[in-house]
Design a protein. Structure first.
Lengths: 316, 316
């Protein structure tokens, strides 16, 4: 690690929580502008390993522990109405990651009605590349999927939905060098982080990116003269893979969610037909690398959403 | 023009239509692999010019002529179930473009309820750059907004909504060097094109890109062994502006349309607060350069859509 931290929060059970709540006692109080290193468990809380198979995904579906988040860290003097800036300085994976989805109509993900068996790929992460099947190599762009501050609302809240105060944003552009701005709602802000992804396509369509344990180093800064209603951020990408050529499928519908489903279904068929992937493999690959754009949202009554796969990930 | 065309369809009234219909007589029949140059009028059908003001937008709102499309061109031997590949070889603007939106709750665009007066910006297009207010320069990336083949459905159909056979796709990535694949539904395919944009942000949020008259040269190819349900395409971008840093606003909601509206509203506020733009100017600029991504669509019940503006468009 090249960045010098002022604090290091290790991932022992006492530093982990699986709900958002201002009732969680801070594990550390830091000053504004301090640099903090967080050891983050993967989203499964260490339940998968190199030997796991798709059958092991059933037990995850029943798991109620949520994303294990490291924290919370209190920032001295942070007040409601302030903004917490999180400068992401360094993210370091540990060589392994997991993509998976749950089965069934009541399951998670964009297309639970299309898949009735679970899917799993264990990724070997190496030299900026994650290895999939058929020689496909996905470029890594590590980021924390779940980071935020405590909401002012009483009680304990699920870590799954993102909120005004951040949380499970799953914004793939929160890579090293990016800055996230979060509206502070409680004294001390109470910042936590976890659920890191070594790579992810926009949408995180099968419900997981490349879920990976990671060490994240960030500077926490309080800003008092910024007014935002929901999180904002600055980033340099990644917006594509080295400007390479993309194949894209459109989804056209009068409903944005339906258009999104169509775009991904057409991409799964494209990957199945042209790149010799099973539909399960194609769905997992979409979630790891395929990006989603809203092309137009004004030509009523039909909107266009497109799904983009970079051609450079496939072997020649 | 550097590309040699086999055919040139000029924009006289006899070569223009403003509905989609297989009843339109082809203005030319070409062979598969022929290169065709299309003169395309702008979306307003020449109703705006360098001296236009925002008051002139009222008359456009009442205009029922739709997008003037050049064509249709029949491709010999094209049959239903074939795919028409459109290789976009060259796009040439004429130095001027228009961004505008209509007023009122019944108007068009993503946020008609927020804007009660019309907006207009006349763009001077020069050396790959469009000039906005306050020294802001938007990089040009010309593409046709509306291109497709005739649907098999009887009657005359509005050119506004995109459909299975293409039409008003407004996909900003259909730039020079891209290929669009369209499902053919009628004999001869009956391809038409128009509504060109010198630049556009994902979503085309105010309802217009930089609307510009343009000359488009494309190769039309029939493919018989490709099965697609809606349009697909290959492109190398643009996905961002030279990899430059972006400022992004999130929209978080349990509805994708509402999340999109929130992301753009937060961006308009950001541009107003930090770049000295009126809200009308900010809305017009969003439609010309701000991109939209679906960051996550699986962390129920809340989805995240983000709006991105490249920092490089602003003067130092």
């Amino acid at each position: 690690m090249t960045t010098t931290s002022d604090h290091h929060i290790i991932a022992i059970d006492e530093h982990i929580h699986t709900t958002w709540s201002y009732e969680h006692e801070p594990v550390q109080t830091v000053e504004s502008n301090d640099i903090v290193t967080f050891d983050c468990r993967d989203a499964t809380n260490n339940q998968l390993d190199i030997a796991s198979t798709s059958g092991d995904v059933y037990s995850l579906a029943d798991d109620s522990t949520g994303h294990p988040l490291t924290g919370p860290v209190a920032v001295a003097d942070a007040q409601p109405e302030d903004v917490l800036a999180v400068d992401l300085l360094e993210l370091q994976h540990e060589g392994i990651g997991f993509s998976y989805f749950y089965p069934g109509d009541e399951g998670w993900g964009l297309l639970p009605e299309d898949f009735h068996d679970p899917g799993l790929h264990v990724w070997e992460l190496d030299d900026g590349i994650g290895r999939f099947v058929n020689g496909i190599e996905v470029p890594l762009a590590p980021f924390p999927g779940n980071l935020g501050v405590a909401p002012a609302v009483e009680g304990k809240h699920s870590t799954t939905p993102p909120r005004r105060v951040g949380g499970n944003l799953d914004v793939k552009h929160l890579t090293t060098g990016s800055t996230l701005y979060l509206p502070v709602e409680v004294e001390g802000a109470l910042f936590s982080i976890g659920d890191c992804h070594a790579a992810q396509g926009d949408g995180e369509v099968c419900v997981t990116g490349i879920e990976a344990p990671m060490i994240v180093t960030a500077r926490l800064r309080i800003i008092s003269d910024m007014d935002i209603k929901q999180p904002q951020f600055e980033t340099a990408g990644p917006f594509s893979v080295n400007g390479d050529r993309m194949h894209a499928t459109t989804g056209i519908s009068d409903d944005l969610m339906d258009a999104t489903k169509k775009a991904i279904r057409h991409m799964i068929t494209h990957l199945h037909d042209h790149h010799d992937l099973t539909r399960t493999e194609a769905y997992l690959l979409c979630s790891a690398i395929v990006d989603l754009k809203i092309n137009e949202v004004v030509d009523k009554p039909n909107w266009v959403v497109s799904a983009y796969v970079p051609q450079s990930i496939f072997p020649d």
